[in-house]
Design a protein. Sequence first.
Length: 151
Amino acid sequence: MGAATLDDFRTDVSLQDLMAHVIDYNAFGVWRRQGWIIGDEVVELFPTDDDGWHAAESAAFSTAEAANLLLLPGRPLDDDRAWVDAAHMLYDASMRAQAAALAREKVDFFIAGSDMYQACVACHNRYVTGGSMEPDPTLKPLPGREEPPEQ
Ligand code: HEC
């Protein structure tokens, strides 16, 4: 166990900052390195060299570990297991993304990335949008991020 106790965690960072600067930031490190743009030609977004795959793997590891931060004392918004389940879903999918990046398995990496997204939606739908799946107008877009399209 070591000498650390629950009291040793520092949890001053707000949930909003944790989301924007840690969870979202690292999840996009995965998502921006995967997929296909299908037009007259098919453009692949997957890494093309070891540096790119290493970056993808680091982003996946970072998102997985960040999922644990959601479970630190004071972070869950209620006592319902739904919060824990969503955090675990994000951890598991991120670790699958990491393994797929290590193995250079594009399709598996892509599927794990979409499963990561499902974990975000599972939690947001319950805790942010109240089950409506509508975008919450009170959430600010991140700097440099395009506004979501009008519904
Ligand atoms: C276990 C629950 C949970 C999971 C999993 C989760 N979120 Fe969140 N997220 C929240 C909550 C709650 C808020 C609202 C925080 C607030 O406004 O106080 C939020 C807000 C956000 C915001 C808005 C932050 C801001 O600046 O206001 C972003 C962006 C975000 N989440 C991205 C993500 C992404 C991307 C994922 C998945 C990779 C994810 N979240 C997974 C609970 C979760």
